[in-house]
Ligand binder design. Sequence first.
Ligand SMILES: [Zn+2]
Length: 85
Amino acid sequence: MAPKLRDLARDQRRPYIESVDEPTCTCGHDRFHPKAEANPSYGPFGWALLMLGATPVPRHVEYRCRTCGASLGISQDTEDIRRVT
Ligand SMILES: [Zn+2]
């Protein structure tokens, strides 16, 4: 039982640890902040599909601060990509 409890405690601490690791801009916003916007990034082939009216899957998502315009990092996580499409 003890190791399980310790794992649970570690999981509960993870959001804090991840927020420390997330890049932030000079305003202090990270990519989860409401002022951050997610921009899907398509490769040249994806843009061609977009112009043909298809819905390509972005290669990655770039997060940008809406206040200062600084990049808050790029995510290739399929969950993040699905969220912006
Ligand atoms: Zn900013």
